[in-house]
Structures are given as structure tokens and as C-alpha cells.
Ligand binder design. Structure first.
Ligand SMILES: *Cc1c(COP(=O)(O)O)cnc(C)c1O
Length: 378
């Protein structure tokens, strides 16, 4: 609140409203986030979904180009592909909710796609070296959607550092909270320059904190459209204040996750999604499968849980509620080939966010309630 008040006091809320030599809050955030992520460049913008759109355009997507994407993701992903003019080809997920590598390779070959938008959905990271090999051998640009993996790692490497571009969301339900916001990181100076101009830098890009040098802008400055979606200094100040706390928050999430995971493991009929040892996850939500329940029994279980204050989401629901994550509800997209494995995995998949406003005792209680209600169903 103090950081935001200080920005308000100056009256200079627009990121490019700076004196000569002065660094805006947005530019400072970009410099600090790039250092945290270990990337050369960072761009702050209005939302995670907007960052995904920029990523596709900055990577050179032309209208009609095919974009591979895992079929289980959140609505901003197909929305970003649609908005950038791309054509999605959805790839199956496997029983652990990660992208199916065999289907990825097959669909990459069949479609000739040059882009993969990979969501680490709900924080589950697939075998990143295998995905890199599939992409590299086919000249596919990989864009990582790290909306749920800010601060997570695969084989000790931060999520977001495997592809050409990574996108993060800083809206309220993600790992840092500026109400709305997005961050894009890359090591490619040309992509960074294009993304910056696309985000609405006008010809003020030399005031950009963690951007490439002005040389990188020379080739793209007049051939890249301005699709305004900048981050303002108030949001940037909010995020700068939160970044140092991220490691502590990750520990707090994982302690809560461990309590819930243990309770669900003990519950007959339910099983948490397995966590490979290569994955250092951020347990900001938990997913588990109703392995011995019929889909018809799930709504009743969820209603009984809700009556006791435990809100659980079911991805198998035919009519999506809250957030849409099932490909068959994105009807504005033409001709999505059926994905039986994905529908089968989602038909059993339950999900709960773990806000840090829950303390560890709350998580113990929630675990007990889940156990008691599941026992009544079986
Ligand atoms: C939240 C989220 C995004 C981006 O969301 P915005 O609301 O646009 O910031 C993208 N992908 C996934 C998987 C998400 O959960």
C-alpha cells in the first residue's frame, strides 16, 4: 500500500512518463523480474492472456498459422491463439494431466505447426527435456504458459526457462497479485523488441528497463503494430513489493499442499495427481482423481463438501462453471477433433485452490472433511 501510495503521490502512473535518466516502476519491475527468472529480457503488460497473445505475434505467427496446445488449459490460452489469428491444434493429456508426448509428436508432424503453447496447467510440469527435443527437431517455437508455475522448477531449472518465451499472470489468483497483470520473458532480443512495440511502447522503447538495446528495435520499430496493453506503475509497484516474498510464499503453499495431499492419499477412492521427483512444484492448488467414483456420484459429493464450506471444482462437468478449462466448451473454435483421453482424465479430475489465507490447521480440517464426505459416497 505504501509503494502504491508513493506512485500516486508522483501522479505519474504511465510507465513512460519519466524524466531523463529516471527509471519507472514498470521498468524496475522488469529488471528485477528478469534477474529473478534468470532471463535477459522481461516485459510487463496488462494480463497473462495478453502476454500469451504478444508471445505468439512476437514469435512471428501469421494469420492462419497452426499452434499446438495441450487440450487441458484455461480459457485465456485458446483466447490468445484466437486473438493472434492462429489455429489451435489441441494435444491430448495423459492420466497424470500432463501433455501426451506421443500425441504431441504425432500432431506436430501431421500439422507442420511451428508453434507450441504449453500450459503447465495447475502447476503440473511435463518432461521438459523431451518436449524441447520434440520442438527442436522440428523447428517449433515453444511458448511456456507459466500462469501456475511462477517459481516452480523442473530438474532445478525454473519453469519458463525451457522455451523461447514464457508468460506469467499476476492476476489475483496467481503467485503474485496485482489485481491484473502479465509478464513475458525471453532471451531473444528480436522477440523482446517486437513484444515491447506490440505492447504499446510507441517510440519510447529506449526507456524500457529489461529490454534489448536500441539496435534490436531498428529493424522492427516501423513494421510492428502497437496493440496497447502496457502495465502501469501502480501495478508494477505492487509486484515489486511482493517479489522478495515469493520464496517464502512458495514454502507456505507447499506446507499446506503436503497436509492436503497426505489427507487425500489416505482417503479411499481418491488419489492425488502424482508428482515426479524432477518437479519442484508450487502447491498453490491441488488436483486429485476420483478413481473409484462414478461421474454421476461426483456432483453429490461436491454438494456435500460445499455445504461444509469446502469448495472443490470438477473438470468433468458438462456445463462449465467458474473457469472454463475443457476444450469442448470453446465452441467459437471450429472443428476440434475429439480428444477421448483428455475427456477421460478430466471426467475424474477434482481441483481445489489453496489460498494462503488458509492456515495449516484449516488444511488439516479440510482434509478431514474431504475424507469424511468421500467415505459416505463409497
Ligand atoms: C490465469 C491463467 C492465464 C492468464 O490469465 P489472465 O487472467 O489473462 O492473467 C493463462 N493460462 C492459464 C493456464 C491460467 O490459469
Amino acid at each position: 500500500m505504501q509503494a502504491v501510495a508513493a506512485v500516486l503521490q508522483t501522479g505519474r502512473l504511465h510507465r513512460y512518463n519519466v524524466d531523463d535518466g529516471e527509471e519507472s516502476e514498470a521498468a524496475r519491475l522488469e529488471r528485477e523480474y528478469a534477474a529473478w527468472q534468470g532471463t535477459d529480457y522481461c516485459l510487463a503488460c496488462t494480463s497473462g492472456g495478453y502476454a500469451l497473445q504478444l508471445a505468439l505475434r512476437a514469435a512471428g505467427l501469421q494469420a492462419g498459422d497452426t499452434v499446438l496446445a495441450n487440450a487441458w488449459t484455461l480459457a485465456p490460452v485458446p483466447g490468445a491463439i484466437y486473438a493472434s489469428g492462429g489455429q489451435p491444434v489441441f494435444v491430448e493429456i495423459d492420466s497424470t494431466c500432463r501433455i501426451d508426448l506421443t500425441d504431441l509428436a504425432a500432431k506436430a508432424d501431421a500439422s507442420g505447426a511451428k508453434f507450441l503453447m504449453l500450459s503447465h496447467m495447475r502447476g503440473h510440469i511435463a518432461d521438459m527435456e523431451a518436449i524441447q527435443a520434440i520442438c527442436e527437431s522440428r523447428g517449433i517455437v515453444m511458448i511456456e504458459d507459466c500462469a501456475h508455475t511462477m517459481g516452480a522448477r523442473w530438474n532445478a531449472v525454473l519453469s519458463g526457462n525451457f522455451g523461447h518465451i514464457a508468460c506469467f499472470s499476476t492476476q489475483t489468483y496467481k503467485h503474485m497479485n496485482s489485481g491484473e497483470g502479465g509478464l513475458l520473458t525471453t532471451n531473444d532480443p528480436e522477440i523482446a523488441a517486437r513484444a515491447t512495440i506490440l505492447s504499446g511502447s510507441y517510440m519510447l522503447y529506449d526507456r524500457h528497463g529489461a529490454g534489448p538495446d536500441t539496435q534490436a528495435f531498428e529493424d522492427v520499430r516501423l513494421t510492428t503494430p502497437n496493440c496497447s496493453g502496457r502495465m502501469d506503475n501502480m501495478r508494477a509497484a505492487l509486484l515489486r513489493a511482493q517479489l522478495p516474498d515469493l520464496p517464502g510464499k512458495i514454502d507456505a503453499w507447499n506446507r499446506r499442499y503436503a497436509i492436503l495431499e497426505a489427507a487425500i492419499t489416505r482417503t479411499q477412492g481418491l488419489a492425488p495427481i502424482p508428482r515426479p521427483t524432477s518437479e519442484a512444484y508450487v502447491g498453490s492448488s491441488i488436483q486429485f482423481q476420483a478413481i473409484s467414483l462414478q461421474p454421476a456420484q461426483i456432483p453429490d459429493l461436491l454438494a456435500r463438501l460445499a455445504a461444509r464450506g469446502v469448495e472443490v471444482k470438477w473438470f468433468g462437468e458438462a456445463d462449465p462453471r467458474g473457469f472454463t478449462s475443457r476444450y469442448d466448451s470453446w465452441r467459437y473454435l471450429a472443428d476440434i477433433a475429439p480428444l477421448p483421453n483428455t475427456l477421460d482424465a478430466l471426467s475424474k479430475l477434482l481441483d481445489m485452490r489453496i489460498p494462503l489465507t488458509f492456515d495449516e490447521a484449516d488444511c488439516t480440517l479440510i482434509g478431514t472433511i474431504i475424507g469424511e464426505e468421500a467415505a459416505k459416497t463409497l
